[in-house]
Write a protein that binds this ligand. Structure first.
Ligand SMILES: [Zn+2]
Length: 529
C-alpha cells in the first residue's frame, strides 16, 4: 500500500530568504491562503527571530490558516525558541522547528564548538522546545556532509529529547542520490526509538539534484518532504514543490507514496508567487513554465493532436495550466471576465474584479484580442493592498537618439496630486528620477527585465524591476504596450513597497527601542540552512 508523503512548504521561509523574493505581511498572507488551497500539510511561515516583520507574519498566518500545521524556525537557543513559540502558539496545530549544524566543517569554521557540546545543545534545545509544544522538528544542518556515526548520535539525542520529526538537510546541494537515500536508511535502522518519528528531506539545487534527491530520500524512508513553490530558495533554490508532487503523481507506479496536494492549484500557486515577488520562472520550467506544455515542432504537434499521450505524460489541466486560447474581446462583460479568472485560478474580490475590468477594457481598446497571458498580466500589475500608496495618474516622456530624455509624472496619494519632471540619459531613468523626487525615497535599480506577453506583435511588454531603497531590495512588475510606462509603473510599485516597509520598520524600532533589522541578523546569525 502506498503511504502518504507529507508536503512541508517552506516558500515563506527558505524561499523568502533568497534575493529578490522578500515579501511583506499582506503578500505572505495571500501566499499562505493559496498554499492552504493547494493542500500543503505543513506550512513553514517564517523565522521569527530574523525580524519583527517575520515574527508578525508568522503570528498572522498562525491566527488565520487553520488546516495545515504551521511551523516556525528557530536556531537551537533560548531566545530563538522563545520567539518562535510566541509567534506560532496561536496556530491550530503549531510546530517549532529548531536546527543546529552537525558537520565538522560547520563545527570547526562556523560554530567553533566540539561534537560533545553540539550533542548537549541538541538535547537541551529539543527538550526546551518540547516544554512548549508537542510537535517539534529537529534539523541537523548540513546533515549531508556530517560524519555518519556522529549524525546517528545527534539524531538519537534529538529523538530522546522528544523530537517528533527528524529532517536531514542537504544544506549545500552536495549529495548524490544513492548517498542521500542511504543516509535515511541508516538513520531509520540505527537510531533507537524511531517509531513514531517522521523522517524528512530538505534538498538544495546547487547541482540540479534537489528533486531527484528528494525522491531518493523517500525511497530511503522519508515521509515528509520540504520544498518551495517554483523551487525558490537560498542560492540555486530548494526542491520545487510542483515537480516533486507531479513526479510522485505521474510515477505512482514506481514510487511508494502519494500526496494530498490539489494538483490543479499548482499553476495558480506558481503564478501568485511570481506576482508577489516579481521573480518569473523560466519558460521551460518543468510543470509551471509557459512552455511546459507547448508543442512547437510539427511532428510533436501532429502527434499530440492524434493522441495527447504520444508526447504528454500529464495534461495541462492536471496542474491547472489554462489552455492558451483567444478568450475575450473588449465587448466581453464582467461575468465572462470573472469566470475566466476563476478558470485561471484567481479568486478576485469585488473591488479587484472592478479594477481588473477597468484595466481589461482599457487593454481591449488597444488590442483586438485579449489572451490569458494578458489577464494574468492585469492581475500582476493591477492590485496593491498597501495603504498610503502613490498611483500613477499621468506619464509623459520625450526622448531622442541624440541627447538626454525628459520624463514628467503625475502621482496621486490620498486624493492629493503631485507633479514633477526629471532629465536623465534614457527615458526610464528619467521616469525613475521624477518618481523619486515625489516619493522622497530614492532607489537604485538592481535588476531590470523585459518580456513580451502574449503571442505575436499584438503582445504587451512586461517589465520586472528589482530596486534597492536604503539598503533593502523591493520588487515591482507591470505590463503595458509602452515599455517605458510599464517600467515606470513597476518602479513605482517597488517604491510604494519600500516606503511602506521602511516606515513600518522605523515605527516598530521606535516602539521597541531596538535596532533589529534583517541586515543585522544576516550579519551576525547566518540564518536558516
Ligand atoms: Zn534550505
Amino acid at each position: 500500500m502506498p503511504e502518504k508523503a507529507f508536503i512541508f512548504d517552506t516558500t515563506l521561509r527558505d524561499g523568502e530568504q533568497s534575493p529578490g523574493c522578500s515579501m511583506n505581511l499582506e503578500e505572505k498572507l495571500a501566499m499562505a491562503r493559496q498554499l492552504d488551497r493547494l493542500g500543503v500539510d505543513i506550512l513553514e511561515a517564517g523565522f521569527p527571530i530574523a525580524s519583527e516583520g517575520d515574527s508578525e507574519a508568522v503570528k498572522a498566518i498562525a491566527a488565520e490558516i487553520r488546516r495545515p500545521i504551521v511551523a516556525a524556525l528557530a536556531r537551537a537557543n533560548q531566545l530563538d525558541i522563545d520567539r518562535a513559540w510566541a509567534a506560532v502558539k496561536e496556530a491550530e496545530r503549531p510546530r517549532i522547528h529548531t536546527f543546529l549544524a552537525t558537520s565538522d566543517i560547520h563545527l570547526q569554521y562556523k560554530l567553533h564548538k566540539t561534537r560533545e557540546e553540539i550533542l548537549k545543545q541538541i538535547s537541551w534545545a529539543v527538550g526546551y522546545a518540547r516544554s512548549f509544544c508537542d510537535n517539534v522538528e529537529f534539523s541537523p544542518e548540513d546533515a549531508g556532509r556530517t560524519d555518519r556515526s556522529y549524525l546517528i548520535e545527534c539524531c538519537h539525542a534529538a529523538v530522546e529529547a522528544g523530537a517528533t520529526v527528524l529532517n536531514l538537510p542537504d544544506t549545500v546541494g552536495y549529495c548524490m542520490e544513492p548517498e542521500y537515500e542511504q543516509m535515511f536508511a541508516d538513520v531509520k535502522a540505527r537510531v533507537p526509538g524511531m517509531d513514531g518519528v517522521m523522517l524528512s528531506t530538505h534538498t538544495h539545487d546547487d547541482l540540479g539534484m534537489a528533486v531527484a534527491n528528494t525522491l531518493a530520500g523517500i525511497r530511503g524512508g522519508a515521509r515528509q518532504v520540504e520544498c518551495t513553490i517554483n523551487g525558490i530558495g537560498e542560492r540555486a533554490g530548494n526542491a520545487a514543490l510542483e515537480e516533486i508532487v507531479m513526479a510522485i503523481y505521474v510515477r505512482r507506479d514506481v514510487l511508494p507514496v502519494f500526496t494530498e496536494i490539489h494538483t490543479e492549484e499548482l499553476f495558480a500557486s506558481s503564478q501568485l508567487l511570481t506576482r508577489v515577488t516579481g521573480v518569473a520562472v523560466q519558460r521551460n520550467k518543468a510543470i509551471v513554465g509557459r512552455n511546459a506544455f507547448a508543442h512547437e515542432a510539427g511532428i510533436h504537434q501532429d502527434g499530440v493532436l492524434k493522441k495527447a499521450i504520444n508526447y504528454e505524460i500529464m495534461t495541462p489541466q492536471t496542474v491547472g495550466m489554462p489552455a492558451s486560447e483567444i478568450v475575450l474581446g473588449k465587448h466581453s462583460g464582467r461575468h465572462a471576465l470573472s469566470k475566466r479568472y476563476e478558470e485561471l485560478g484567481y479568486q478576485l474580490t469585488k473591488p479587484e474584479l472592478e479594477r481588473a475590468y477597468e484595466l481589461f477594457t482599457r487593454l481591449g481598446d488597444q488590442k483586438k484580442n485579449v489572451y490569458d497571458e494578458d489577464l494574468i498580466g492585469i492581475v500582476n500589475e493591477g492590485f496593491e493592498h498597501l495603504p498610503e500608496m502613490f498611483t500613477l495618474k499621468l506619464f509623459q516622456t520625450v526622448s531622442s537618439s541624440a541627447g538626454r530624455s525628459t520624463a514628467t509624472v503625475e502621482l496621486e496619494k490620498d486624493g492629493e496630486v503631485f507633479h514633477d519632471s526629471a532629465t536623465a540619459e534614457g527615458p526610464c531613468d528619467a521616469a525613475f528620477c521624477a518618481i523619486d523626487r515625489i516619493v522622497g525615497v530614492p532607489g537604485t535599480i538592481a535588476d531590470f527585465s523585459v518580456h513580451t506577453v502574449g503571442p505575436g506583435t499584438d503582445g504587451v511588454a512586461e517589465v520586472s524591476i528589482r530596486a534597492r531603497f536604503q539598503g533593502r531590495e523591493f520588487t515591482g512588475r507591470s505590463t503595458s504596450h509602452n515599455v517605458v510606462e510599464a517600467a515606470a509603473r513597476a518602479y513605482l510599485q517597488a517604491a510604494n513597497k519600500a516606503t511602506y516597509e521602511l516606515k513600518r520598520a522605523a515605527e516598530s524600532a521606535a516602539a521597541t527601542g531596538s535596532v533589529h533589522s534583517n541586515e543585522m541578523v544576516d550579519r551576525f546569525f547566518p540564518g536558516g540552512y
